[in-house]
Design a protein around this ligand. Structure first.
Ligand code: ADP
Length: 531
């Protein structure tokens, strides 16, 4: 039957087939809300009624400004299912950027978590002529102009809604890239791409989430749909645990232990902090069988430390433009029974492609690179969950080739088993003389030093070599290390020209809103260091 692939499929399936499964959500004050998918369904219907009463029509954009919570999940379904588009706004934007984001998206109504209302207040102060109605979710110390209370809005509505038939090509969610390398660019996920992505990302060799799992997305719902978990978990009926605004390691560990989390997902920074806490308290997390880590490369030292505590890291790669999941690393059938070292090598790579991603890796002359795991080239992708354009973004256009493949901007290798390894972002590669140095490889080597917590490597202008690597390093708590000792330690592991010219120690490395190193800022800060 030619029926549209719309988000409502997932919603109605969850209500009919997984009605009793739980959704656990931590409120701003630390208390825990417990719902079932059946309760959730009634609340989504009430929210839809409230949206229509507020004048939201098909095609309108509605913003969310929130943590991972059951209310955010309700928005994820109610907004697209009435035909509107949910703009998941990055809560870590600077105050001046927040109103820009609302305006650029053309949001007609803005939902804000109570604990984040002060941030929106600060944003409004930078732009006094900005007027939009707000809905505040949960108690708040701030008072936004023209604001309604979320729960009061829902309470006035019936718990059934007559959902409209929608075109599967209509927009469901609008998300902006985290602007690690440039200005934010908006990507609209359609109903169709969202459903297809949930299926492909959910396969056993991809995220592999099952009904019996308890899933805790730490990766934010304000950034690429929390890697699809808000759709995947209801689809399979997994128990969902939403950590709210408490993302410190102790609070995450408490939820993992208390709720029996089996799968969690997030960027390396989060798990570096959790690892430190586990080591400090000599803890194990017996229920947690899988930690999906992506967004930036997994440092091997983190992988090994977690493995020692019985936690398997599943490395994943993707990007906003891909909805986001592109590859996931699981052991290939042909490598079963191989020595651990060999399996570890491939598990540290970014993984193998999910089924709805066509790909090619081309060298500078446009030739496909051999599958030798060594020769690097630019990665191009194509597929039903890859974006075809950016949303209203004047100058910045996605780059496509004649065959319709999208340029990811990532430089990578592919091996005989089909494992993708991201060498670097093309903008982050260090061009030293005639040689290219992978900032990621260098960071991973440095993070292997027992005193180092985190390291970011940037290429800085150099009169003789064009660029030379410089490492910005944050040490582990209580550790001491100086520049010459680290350089000497690296000298035993790297060839001479790969050793950073300078090592700069900082308390913390600046990050983007989603926890990636903000190398743009580091390059700016140290621009003339080597000149
Ligand atoms: P932004 O480009 O603003 O950071 P995205 O979150 O869409 O926004 O980032 C996608 C990029 O992040 C990828 O193109 C890649 O460079 C990087 N990335 C994502 N996952 C990984 C990973 N597992 N290893 C290395 N790099 C990664």
């Amino acid at each position: 039957m030619d029926v549209p692939l719309v988000v409502r499929w997932i919603f109605e399936h969850a209500l009919r087939n997984h009605a009793s499964r739980p959704i656990v959500s931590r409120e701003d004050d630390g208390s825990i809300v417990r719902l079932t998918y059946a309760d959730f369904g009634r609340r989504v219907a009430q929210l839809a009624g409230a949206l229509v009463e507020a004048g939201i029509r098909p095609g309108d954009r509605v913003a969310s400004f929130g943590w991972n919570s059951h209310r955010h999940l309700e928005l994820y379904f109610a907004v697209p299912m009435i035909g509107a588009v949910l703009h998941t706004t990055n809560i870590r934007l600077f105050p001046e950027q927040v109103c820009w984001a609302f305006e650029h998206a053309g949001d007609r109504l803005i939902f804000v978590d109570g604990s984040l209302a002060p941030a929106v207040e600060r944003a409004l102060a930078t732009k006094p002529d900005f007027r939009r109605p707000f809905v505040v979710m949960g108690p708040s110390s701030a008072s936004l102009p023209d604001a309604q209370d979320y729960e009061a809005m829902l309470a006035r509505q019936p718990d059934r809604f007559d959902w409209p038939e929608l075109d599967e090509r209509s927009g469901a969610i609008l998300c902006y890239t985290s602007a690690t390398t440039g200005d934010p660019k908006g990507v609209v996920f359609t109903h169709r791409s969202t459903v297809l992505h949930a299926f492909a990302g959910g396969l056993a060799d991809a995220l592999g989430v099952r009904q019996r799992d308890t899933v805790m997305p730490v990766v934010p719902m304000f950034h690429v749909n929390a890697w699809g978990i808000p759709f995947l978990a209801p689809m399979v009926g997994a128990k969902l645990v939403m950590p709210g605004n408490r993302l410190d390691p102790a609070s995450l560990i408490e939820l993992i232990e208390g709720e029996g989390v089996t799968i969690s997902l997030g960027v390396p920074t989060v798990w570096l902090a959790v690892r430190d806490e586990l080591e400090k308290r000599d803890l194990r997390l017996p229920t947690l069988h899988t930690l999906v880590i992506g967004g930036s490369a997994v440092p091997p030292s983190l992988f090994d430390d977690l493995e020692r505590r019985g936690i398997r890291t599943v490395h994943a790669w993707g990007m906003t433009e891909m909805s986001p999941i592109g590859t996931v690393s699981r052991v290939h059938a042909d490598l079963e029974g191989e020595p651990w070292e060999k399996q570890r090598d491939v598990l540290l790579k970014q993984g193998r492609f999910t089924p709805l991603v066509a790909w090619k890796i081309l060298d500078d002359d446009g030739r496909a690179v051999p599958h030798d795991g060594r020769t690097a080239g630019q990665l191009w992708v194509r597929g039903p969950a890859v974006t075809g354009s950016y949303y209203r973004t004047g100058a910045a256009l996605p780059v496509f080739d004649a065959e319709g493949y999208f340029a990811t901007g990532d430089v990578c290798t592919i091996d005989e088993f089909g494992y993708l390894h991201i060498v670097d972002r093309s903008k982050d590669l260090v061009k030293s003389g005639g040689e290219w140095i992978s900032s990621v490889d260098l960071e991973n080597t440095i993070m292997g030093h027992p005193s180092v917590r985190e390291a970011a490597v940037i290429g800085l202008a150099h009169l003789k070599w064009v660029e030379r690597p410089v490492a910005v390093v944050a040490l582990r708590e209580g550790a001491a290390l100086d520049e010459p000792s680290l350089q000497a330690w690296l000298g035993e592991r790297l060839v001479k020209w790969q050793i950073p010219d300078r090592v700069l120690f900082v308390d913390a490395i600046p990050r983007t809103g989603v926890g990636k190193f903000l190398k743009r800022e580091l390059r700016e800060r140290y621009r003339d260091l080597l000149i």
